[in-house]
Design a protein around this ligand. Sequence first.
Ligand SMILES: C[S@@+](CC[C@H](N)C(=O)[O-])C[C@H]1O[C@@H](n2cnc3c(N)ncnc32)[C@H](O)[C@@H]1O
Length: 226
Amino acid sequence: MKLTKTSIKGMFQVKSNGKSRLVTHNKVPGNSVYGEQLLSINGEEYRVWDPYRSKFAAAFLSGMTKLPQIKEKRILYLGVSTGTTASHFSDILNNGILFGIEFSPKVMRRFFRLAEQRTNLIPILADARRPEEYSPFVYEVDLIYQDIAQPDQATIFGRNALEFLKSGGLGFLAIKSQSIDVVLKPDEIFSKQMAVLEQEFEFKIQEYQSIDAFEKKHAVIIIRKP
Ligand SMILES: C[S@@+](CC[C@H](N)C(=O)[O-])C[C@H]1O[C@@H](n2cnc3c(N)ncnc32)[C@H](O)[C@@H]1O
């Protein structure tokens, strides 16, 4: 198996039997987080990063070129769920930290257990609509990653970015058109969400990409806070 670097530090590509897969170096050897395959390469263990389960991997394989680096970052993750994507960020993070916000107690229990093994993950049971409730526990971050299926996704992101994102910081927003409007065409919905981000919150759109090949009716938007 051949391991090659990608443009995202700490995310590698492995080629074997004509198949190419994304992987991260496993910080907790022997542990698979969501049933992903573990690969031994040159005596080290790597976890396969499934693009059908994680929108960051889907965005990378869909050709996005302005995805944020993860390695040294302080990250606020809205809608962290059981930690599928966050576990790969945890593998990559070096000196960084990830605050994971999730409002479902049942889901959060699993993320809490993950955070016991991975000390760079900080679980916070809270509603992302109410940043004031977790502001005592979160400090200024370099990156906000949001993956929540809510009708007011852009507004939730904007309020959190005003409160926690540093000037010049980046945002990764996964948008699910179906949770905003089932009648309008996905492209119209994505344009409206971008207009909210640009006009109401004055963020700069860096890149926009459909990730339909992996998640139907989803797109990813990368923004920068001026
Ligand atoms: C699509 S899943 C996230 C999957 C995750 N990003 C990953 O890749 O591993 C969306 C999650 O957002 C959570 N969520 C939805 N609305 C929320 C809100 N207002 N505040 C906090 N969490 C929310 C849901 O409970 C769910 O766990």
